[in-house]
Structures are given as structure tokens and as C-alpha cells.
Design a protein around this ligand. Structure first.
Ligand code: ASP
Length: 584
């Protein structure tokens, strides 16, 4: 038996027990006649004491050779500590060691294995197994496990059945770029790794499984933006014989359960907002509604004077920043520079200070009088002491810019409180989205999403106006999930592919299997997927997902620990019938 107890469980009630412990040496203090060692495992830290007067001389000698991260086993007696440590649960006791076995020596770790480490991101990732020994990372993984467990139980109790779908599937042109895998047995042919189990879960509905879920890896070969992973985990779900309302209720229930379980927060009905409203009010389809600063559209009250910049703009729109009238000229200039950075791309910014006594002071006083400015304050909801910031230009672009500014100010002013949770359903997404690059429409969600029946007639005349039965769940400004009611008949699916620019042959070749299945009795169905990595991070009050993934990739999509991706042998290439020519 390696151990009778773990390193986190001994208490004062265990005094006088003979115990065996095993773990890692966190640190040791050698006072000559006495040596203390902090022994660590996943469960905690227990102090060991080696005492010349009570410990055998040979054991004493061996204890002096212990280095950090040595793996050891000790046998000894639990005794009460003289100076107690209230910071750890085992702080009342220590183990007086009688026998010591070194199970494995360790090299000096490249960074300190403590809560606050001196190791930078790169070195921690290279030695991730050492990083995981640290409490913050270990606890994040344990937390993830708990969330996953709750999700499994919650959904299983509602008759959802977890079913695995294949990882080696077929590449399709829709959506993001696929990771592909060459097939040795089928020369010149490739599998793709799934971007999501979308078509399989729909086929499971056709198969009559009624309620499916899977906690599943998905793969997308996209250029990595900060905090994106090429492989990530989804809680993927699908249900039959349901309407949008049923799906929203089930997953609102799941989210409510998680918020209650992990934060003891009761949230009643989640608010809902249409996509159009979210874009108009927050310039964003995943608004953080923990704070205000709603957009106020000012065209009607700002385009009647000689200020050409506003007059020529498609949209003039502003936000009221609470308490910011006290910003100095320098601070405001810095904000103007901030919105002009290429990442945001505004050409300038107008401001109005709402000073005490109902007086307004603006950067466009030349053009607008107090009465005008009072109207702007009314529309943006600005009160005395607030600062109105106004951008203008093409509508969509300007909304995106103002949204970036709103989020930045939300962060700077501490309005995005990590312990506050504000879920929101965004519904009625557009079905299609115009893509400048390819000069055609793309499915905004995916091509299996059903259009709203009342909008189908617009497909031929005004495709961008067609709304979909699609919804996202947003939490604190992050999209944590999204899904849709699906098309379940062949004719509508064919029509959809036609509008996405597929010829009937292409549609048949790519998705014939699905459309054929629809001819064999497909039930009405729909579903959604939650991004597990982000959900867990947000529930833990954090925004970076990397610490919640045991072995994440870096920003270049590399695993720096195992050094992947990497070239493969010529023999392997030959076997796969692949010849590689690198372009420079
Ligand atoms: N498959 C979709 C996604 O990965 C989710 C869904 O529609 O259920 O975003």
C-alpha cells in the first residue's frame, strides 16, 4: 500500500495515528537537528517533521538529500503542531517521520511550483505537467470536471442520451477551414476532422434517438485569434419534436442550474433580444448587459446644422459614459486616439460633457447650441456628470467601433464585474450574411438552419432580410452557445443550398446523405451547442480559456510541449501516397 491517507486529509482528530503518505516535496527547511518538509499531492499539503531526537539517524541523513519535487513515501505518526498554520486545512498537525523512501528523484524544476510562479507562459506550456501541479491550474481542471459532471447529470436526467459521433468524416466547403487527415487505404483521399457533429446529430434525430448530447472535441483550422483553440470542446445537443421555445427552456434551465450550483445565484427568466435590437442598442450580437451605455442614434437631432461630418454620415450614434464628464482633455484625447487605432478604425470622435447645472460643453460647440446638446443627452440617457461620446460613418462599421469603445470603457471603469452574471438570449439572427471576399451569401449559422416561414418569400428578392430560427446564448458579453431549428425536408434544404450558390450536383455530392435521410421520415428537430471551454472559464469568473484546458495550443496553434505539428518521415509520406512541395 503506497499510502493510507492523502496529503489533504489529516486533522487534529487523527493525532497518534500511524500513517503512510506519498507525494512531492514542495519545499524543505533544514535546521540541522530538525527538518520540515511540505509534502504535496492533488489533495493538499501535509507538513512532515524529521527530528534528530525522535527520528532514526539514517532517515535523518536521507531527509537531508531531498530536493524540490522529489517523489517520496513516508511512514510516521500524526502529532499536534506546536505552531499551527491556519491557512491550510492540515495546519494543526504534522507527521513525525519514522521511515522515508525516495520513490523518484527530480531535477530542479524550471519554474517555481507555487500559486504565484516566476514561470512565463511559454515555459509553463513546455512543462505543462509541472504547471498543472500548481493550485490555480489544478483547480481549474477540477472545476471543469465538476461543470462537465453537472452538465452530464442534468441532461441525462432529461432523457438526453450521450452518443459518440465519428472524428474521421468528410470535408465540406461550408463554415471554417477543415483539418484534413490523409487516408492510407484510399490513396489520394482525405478525411476531415469535424468542425462540429452537426450532420450526425441531425441523422440521430432521423434515427429516432429523440434527445442527443455529446461533450465533444471539435476542430477548426482558422487563423487563431487571441484565446481561440484549433481544437475545443462543445456541449453538443439536439432534440426532436420541439420548437425554438422548448430548446431555449431546456438550456436556460441548464445554465440556471449551473449558476445556482456554482455561484448560488438565482436568475429568473433570461432576457431576450432580437439580433436587430442587439445591433442597434449595443452594436454587437453578444452584448454584455451587466452595464448600460446603450447606443443613442442621433441622426434626427444632429443632421440639421452645418456640421458636414455628421450630415454626410449614414449613422451618428453616441453613448453616455457615467461620471466621465470629469475626464481631462488629455484623457479624452487619449480615447480619441484609441478609437482611431487601426484595430478600431474610427476617423474621429465628438464629445459632450454634461456639466453640473445642466450646462453642456462639446467639441462641436461651433455648430450646436445647448438645446441641441440637451436632445443628445436625452437620447443617449446622459445625466449630469456624464460624458457623451459620438462616432459617425457607415452604419455597421460605426456600430462595431462604438461597441469596441463601450467594452473598453466598461473594462476601464470596472463595470464588467466578474462575480456578476447577466445571461441573454439573442434571437432572430439573419439567415444569410453577405461575404465581400467571395461575393456571395453565406449561411450565418450553418446551411441546415431553417428560415422563418414568414420570411421565405424574401429569399429571391431580399435574401439579406430573411430571418432564421437561430439563437445564441450570451453570458457577460461572450457567446457561450448557439443553435437553430433545422430544415427537415429535402425541398427546403435544396432551396437553401441553391441560395448559397451550390449547383444541385454539388449539393448532392456534399450533402446527399443528409437530404436522402430527410426522405425517410425526418422529424422536426433543432438543437444547439455550448462552448465548454469558455463556459467553464466564465463560470470561474475568468475570460481566458487556456487555463481550463489541460494541454492547450499556443497562439500559433502549436503544442510546445510535444512540439506539434511536426514533419513526418518520407516513409510515412510514401505510405500515404503524399508528395510534399513547400511553396516559399
Ligand atoms: N453545430 C453548431 C455549432 O457548432 C451548433 C448547432 O447548431 O447546434 O455552432
Amino acid at each position: 500500500m503506497y499510502r493510507s491517507h492523502n496529503c489533504g486529509e489529516l486533522r487534529i482528530a487523527d493525532v497518534n495515528k500511524e500513517v503512510t503518505l506519498a507525494g512531492w516535496v514542495q519545499k524543505s527547511r533544514d535546521k540541522g537537528f530538525m527538518i520540515w518538509v511540505d509534502l504535496r499531492d492533488r489533495y493538499g499539503i501535509t507538513q512532515l517533521i524529521f527530528d534528530e531526537a525522535r527520528t532514526d539517524a539514517q532517515v535523518m541523513q536521507l531527509a537531508k538529500s531531498l530536493g524540490r519535487e522529489y517523489v517520496i513515501q513516508v511512514k510516521g505518526t500524526v502529532i499536534e503542531r506546536e505552531s499551527k498554520n491556519n491557512n491550510i486545512p492540515t495546519g494543526d498537525i504534522e507527521v513525525l517521520v519514522k521511515e522515508l523512501t525516495i520513490l523518484n528523484e527530480a531535477q530542479l524544476p524550471p519554474f517555481t511550483i507555487e500559486d504565484e510562479t516566476d514561470g512565463g507562459e511559454d515555459i509553463r506550456m513546455k512543462y505543462r505537467y509541472l504547471d498543472i501541479r500548481r493550485n490555480p491550474v489544478k483547480n481549474s481542471l477540477l472545476f471543469r470536471h465538476k461543470v462537465t459532471q453537472e452538465v452530464r447529470n442534468y441532461l441525462s436526467n432529461l432523457d438526453f442520451c450521450e452518443i459518440e459521433t465519428p472524428y474521421l468524416i468528410k470535408s465540406t466547403p461550408e463554415g471554417a477551414r477543415d483539418f484534413v487527415v490523409p487516408s492510407r487505404m484510399n490513396p489520394g483521399q482525405f478525411y476531415a476532422l469535424p468542425q462540429s457533429p452537426q450532420t450526425f446529430k441531425q441523422l440521430l434525430m432521423v434515427a429516432g434517438m429523440d434527445r442527443y448530447f455529446q461533450i465533444v472535441k471539435c476542430f477548426r483550422d482558422e487563423d487563431l485569434r487571441a484565446d481561440r483553440q484549433p481544437e475545443f470542446t462543445q456541449i453538443d445537443c439536439e432534440m426532436s419534436f420541439i420548437e425554438q421555445e422548448d430548446i431555449l427552456n431546456v438550456f436556460e434551465g441548464l445554465t440556471r442550474h449551473l449558476l445556482k450550483k456554482f455561484h448560488n445565484i438565482d436568475i429568473d427568466k433570461f432576457p431576450r433580444m432580437t439580433y436587430d435590437e442587439a445591433m442597434r442598442t449595443y452594436g454587437n450580437d453578444k452584448p454584455d448587459i451587466r452595464f448600460g451605455m446603450k447606443f443613442g442614434e442621433l441622426n434626427a437631432v444632429a443632421q440639421h446644422k452645418d456640421f458636414a461630418v455628421f450630415n454626410n454620415a449614414e449613422l451618428v450614434v453616441g453613448i453616455a459614459v457615467p461620471g466621465a464628464a470629469s475626464f481631462t482633455r488629455k484623457e479624452i484625447d487619449a480615447l480619441i486616439d484609441w478609437v482611431k487605432r487601426p484595430q478600431v478604425g474610427a476617423s474621429g470622435m465628438v464629445y459632450v460633457k454634461c456639466e453640473t447645472g445642466g450646462h453642456y460643453k462639446s467639441s462641436v460647440d461651433k455648430f450646436y447650441d445647448q438645446e441641441d446638446l440637451a436632445k443628445w443627452a436625452e437620447i443617449t440617457g446622459a445625466k449630469e456628470g456624464d460624458l457623451i461620446l459620438i462616432l459617425c460613418g457607415p452604419a455597421n462599421k460605426t456600430r462595431t467601433q462604438l461597441s469596441a469603445l463601450r467594452m473598453e470603457l466598461g473594462n476601464r471603469l470596472g463595470l464588467r464585474k466578474p462575480d456578476e452574471f447577466a445571461p441573454l438570449w439573442v434571437v432572430d439572427f439573419p439567415l444569410l450574411e453577405w461575404d465581400e471576399e467571395t461575393g456571395r451569401y453565406h449561411a450565418m449559422h450553418h446551411p441546415f438552419t431553417s428560415p422563418k416561414r414568414e420570411d421565405i418569400h424574401l429569399l429571391d428578392t431580399d435574401p439579406g432580410k430573411v430571418r432564421a430560427n437561430a439563437y445564441d446564448l450570451v453570458l457577460n458579453g461572450n457567446e457561450i452557445g448557439g443553435g437553430s431549428i433545422r430544415i427537415h425536408d429535402k425541398a427546403t434544404q435544396e432551396l437553401m443550398f441553391k441560395h448559397l450558390g451550390f449547383t444541385p450536383e454539388q449539393a448532392q455530392q456534399q450533402f446527399g446523405f443528409l437530404m436522402n435521410a430527410f426522405q425517410y421520415g425526418a422529424p422536426p428537430h433543432g438543437g444547439l451547442a455550448f462552448g465548454l471551454d469558455r463556459l467553464v472559464a466564465i463560470l470561474a469568473g475568468q475570460e481566458t480559456i487556456r487555463d481550463f484546458i489541460a494541454f492547450p495550443k499556443n497562439n500559433s496553434g502549436r503544442d510546445v510541449m510535444i512540439d506539434a505539428p511536426a514533419p513526418i518521415d518520407q516513409a510515412q509520406l510514401d505510405e500515404l501516397n503524399l508528395a510534399i512541395t513547400l511553396k516559399d
